[in-house]
Design a protein around this ligand. Structure first.
Ligand SMILES: *Cc1c(COP(=O)(O)O)cnc(C)c1O
Length: 399
């Protein structure tokens, strides 16, 4: 009797992400930075936070950076700083991590969805334009969403997987309709369009995440808002400390949204290596692109599209795959880690039932949710591992 696949030990292990080699390559430097904070016992909004804010703002081509407790809190506080709340609506993509629309709902506003461009997985400028024309109307200086009567206040594009959304037309539409723009740049630190303009610098506020799986990952939760608007920067900084300014005097209701000094110290060390890691991810993506071409899997696998001249930072390398779930199970058996970002588009999440959306409303997002599969892409992978992933996928479709 032939042994089943499950009984055979995989020839290789390729985890979706392994943070250990990166850590080991810089452990001494990180320990020194942590020890420095310990010695100072300055844990809240100390010099490491300040320094990181300046470095990340400059890295993101923005004048101001405000260190925050997570990427989610960056989105939340950005909405709060723009005064978005009950009666308001914010337009975003349904094909993204939950926090994008979750934070809109948490400030009491209504998430409104526009479908994605199937090539880039990012918000489609054409879908946005159609939505603004067909479903919104100007009333005085306000833009109303006809279906709900909510005031449309802002656009929240997402730079999914590390590639900037098509910001030139998106910004043009937003400005024409008087909308503020909050970029969800959680997956896209340092990503740029063909003109070299970086994620977070297009709109009014850019939101970054330093969750450990992001390209610049902390040792826990952390995030940042970047902006070129000094007044917004000040508002965000005040909201971060419960809205108190001066301390214990509250013109605003904020929260505790602070970035820890320890996390900032770790991030400051890691930031120096970020470009090198990004180059590693890009090298791996190019290797995959070629290996898939050689394997001639065009009718089963679509490799990710990087628009001409853009700086894609490959937080994820996401293919579209025929029989995605079965392929994923096959890869798991062969020792290859994968993930589905994201299996349920946000308009079909149970918690958003009250929005009244139904299956079929955003067909490109629904198709992406059924076909997308993220492959291991972290910089320390070897070519043997990458080739093994492609060979294993080719093996699946050949049988
Ligand atoms: C990670 C992520 C967030 C949230 O960031 P956290 O730091 O995990 O709170 C928001 N939006 C997108 C698109 C993300 O990938």
């Amino acid at each position: 009797m032939a042994v089943t696949r499950a009984q055979v030990k995989p020839a290789m292990q390729v985890p979706l992400l392994d943070l250990k080699p990166q850590y080991l390559s810089m452990a001494a430097e990180i320990h020194a930075a942590i020890e420095k904070v310990c010695a100072s016992q300055h844990f809240i909004l100390g010099p490491a936070v300040k320094e990181l804010e300046a470095s990340i703002a400059s890295y993101s081509q923005c004048r101001h950076g405000i260190g925050l407790s997570s990427g989610t809190d960056a989105l939340l506080v950005a909405l709060m700083a723009l005064g978005i709340g009950p009666g308001d609506a914010v337009i975003t993509s349904p094909f993204t991590f939950f926090a994008t629309a979750g934070t809109i709902a948490r400030v009491g506003a209504r998430p409104l969805f526009c479908d994605i461009d199937p090539v880039t997985f990012n918000l489609s400028p054409a879908a946005l334009e159609t939505f603004l024309e067909k479903h919104c109307e100007r009333r005085g200086s306000e833009l109303l969403h006809r279906g709900s009567g909510a005031k449309v206040r802002a656009l929240m594009p997402v730079h999914l997987y590390g590639q900037v959304a098509d910001m030139v037309p998106l910004m043009a539409s937003a400005r024409r309709y008087g909308l503020k723009v909050i970029e969800d740049a959680a997956q896209a630190i340092g990503a740029a369009d063909a003109e070299g303009k970086r994620a977070g610098s297009f709109g009014d506020i850019g939101c970054l995440s330093f969750f450990p799986t992001k390209n610049l990952g902390a040792f826990g939760d952390a995030g940042m808002c970047v902006t070129n608007d000094a007044e917004l920067a000040e508002r965000i900084a005040v909201l971060r400390v419960h809205g108190g300014k001066p301390k214990y005097y509250h013109a605003l209701i904020g929260g505790n949204f602070r970035l820890d000094e320890l996390q900032a110290a770790v991030l400051g060390v890691k930031l120096k290596r970020l470009d090198e890691w990004t180059a590693g991810r890009q090298r791996n993506a190019a290797f995959y692109d070629q290996a898939f071409r050689r394997a001639q899997l065009e009718d089963a696998v679509r490799t990710p599209h990087a628009s001409l001249g853009v700086r894609h930072i490959y937080n994820q390398y996401v293919i579209r795959a025929r029989d995605r779930d079965a392929l994923r199970a096959h890869l798991a058996t062969a020792g290859v880690g994968t993930e589905v970002y994201y299996p349920v588009p946000l308009h079909l999440q149970q918690c958003f039932e009250y929005l009244g959306c139904k299956a079929g409303d955003y067909p490109q997002s629904e198709r992406a949710a059924a076909e997308a599969l993220a492959l291991p892409i972290y910089p320390e992978l070897s070519e043997e591992q990458l080739q093994y992933v492609v060979d294993t996928i080719a093996g699946y479709y050949r049988t």
